[in-house]
Design a protein around this ligand. Structure first.
Ligand code: AMP
Ligand code: GLY
Length: 443
């Protein structure tokens, strides 16, 4: 029997745990550090306790030694490093040196996410379509950056400032006038090492999507596309968040899959291999469809959260087997089979997120009224005895399936209506998947 360890702290770790446990050979999963909701297993697919899932909260995602220590104690047969800080720390390479079987890109390959300057230059070297951009040093080149920003803004109408390093998903600032350029530069100055180097790039008009490939160094296989809803309020209003919900498949990429795979995924996988850093792991394309052509907003080196919540349950292959094929360089031997259902995930967040919010609020879930097949994944949750309390911005995700996005969304909203956080503390978007819902309503 097999023990899997997943390195992640959010709902993505929970979603992956359920995907691994779908294989009869996997008899236990440890999520490190995980979170209190996973530990209690109170949010499992059927709301039932499963003794095969536990957490190791001693792990810190930015501290490779804590991950190695946890691995030495639990001796898993497979370690899936699923979170960006952990990948950037180089823990994949360190765990491999210790003799563990690991899924996730090396530190060098994960650079495609943790160094946005390198990543854009890589795309340029391999002729992967991306926005016009330039990189600057915050200390020495503010004046030069300001001049470039003003010129680019005049030509493109909207521009984006981006910290080159990881900044908890908050390092991207749009600007559409001179005041916003000045305030973006001032914000970047406060971001510390993440923004020592930053990019200024043209804003691309179009519709965004997320696309994922599992990669074995040279072969790859892709999953259903999805669409994240990143703004905090309905109607895509308010600040960017880690993601307030998602749906899959995303209709915007219908009939564009071949093009995405040929023009973007393939040159990226081949490019990484030819530069001596073969990519083994999940490659995440944040793409945009601009008048029929596809361009890259970003590459990430892991599953998106919440996108994986709506993709993983639709995969008919054993996820454990897929990962093993990828580690062994044998993805050419598999064909990904997915169901034809649509899925919608609605994130339940702490009121005030992504700005100020209070932790420690009691969460209540009325399991009896959650529709059959709808389930919760746990993120910012702390368990004290049998009770659950908020412990983060994104608290949980409600996942539902249906024959299309309309149907799945109705069920997800019925599910989240069974949840509450004390003091009116639950915030969620009722319009997740709105683009596809509108498309379907027009049909
Ligand atoms: P990121 O943190 O890189 O995912 O960026 C956050 C969001 O900013 C993206 O989801 C896009 O909505 C937007 N964005 C970033 N770069 C661009 C760009 N060059 N053109 C248009 N939108 C962008
Ligand atoms: N949902 C966006 C991300 O995981 O980066």
């Amino acid at each position: 029997m097999v023990k899997v360890m997943i390195i992640d702290g959010g709902a993505r770790g929970h979603a992956l745990a359920l995907a691994y446990l779908n294989n009869a050979d996997v008899d236990s999963v440890i999520v490190s550090p995980g979170n209190g909701g996973i530990d209690k297993n109170c949010l499992d697919r059927d709301g039932k306790f499963s003794s095969s899932l536990c957490i190791d909260s001693s792990v810190s995602l930015k501290d490779p030694s804590s991950i190695i220590k946890s691995a030495r104690i639990h001796k898993p047969d497979l370690i899936d490093v699923a979170q960006d800080d952990a990948l950037a720390s180089g823990v994949v390479d360190l765990l491999k040196k210790e003799g563990f079987r690991v899924f996730g890109p090396s530190r060098d390959a994960a650079r495609i996410e943790w160094d946005k300057e390198w990543s854009r230059e890589f795309m340029a070297r391999h002729k992967i379509a991306c926005p016009e951009f330039k990189a600057f040093r915050i200390k020495e080149e503010k004046v030069k950056a300001n001049d470039y920003a003003e010129d680019l803004l005049q030509r493109k109408g909207i521009i984006f400032f981006k910290a080159a390093g990881l900044y908890a998903g908050k390092g991207v600032l749009p600007a559409s006038n001179k005041e916003e350029i000045a305030s973006a530069l001032a914000e970047l100055e406060k971001m510390g090492p993440a923004s020592e180097v930053f990019l200024i790039e043209e804003g691309l008009p179009g519709e965004e999507f997320s696309y994922y490939a599992i990669v074995d160094g040279k072969n790859f296989a892709c999953f259903k596309s999805s669409q994240d809803n990143k703004r905090v309020f309905a109607g895509d209003k308010g600040s960017n968040t880690g993601g307030m919900g998602a749906n899959a498949p995303a209709l915007v990429t219908k009939d564009l899959e071949k093009q995405i795979e040929e023009e973007i995924i393939k040159p990226a996988v081949n490019g990484l291999a030819s530069e001596g850093m073969p990519y083994i792991g999940i490659l995440y394309l944040g793409g945009i469809v601009c008048s029929g052509s596809i361009k890259v907003i970003e590459f990430n080196s892991r599953w998106g959260d919440p996108e994986c919540h709506v993709i993983l349950p639709g995969i008919k292959n054993s996820y454990f087997e897929l990962v093993n094929k990828a580690i062994d360089g044998k993805l050419n031997e598999v064909k990904i089979e997915e169901d034809t259902l649509s899925r919608v995930c609605v994130v339940g967040a702490s009121a005030g997120y992504p700005r100020e919010y209070k932790k420690g609020k009691r969460i209540k879930i009325n399991y009896a009224d959650i529709p059959t097949g709808v389930y919760l994944l746990s993120a910012g949750i702390q368990a004290v005895k049998e009770n659950l309390y908020t412990n983060g911005g994104r608290v949980f995700s409600v996942v539902a399936d249906g024959k299309n996005a309309i149907d799945a969304r109705i069920r997800a909203l019925q599910g989240i209506a069974c949840c509450s956080i004390e003091d009116n503390g639950l915030h969620y978007r009722p319009d997740i998947a709105w683009r596809d819902v509108q498309r379907l309503q027009r049909e």
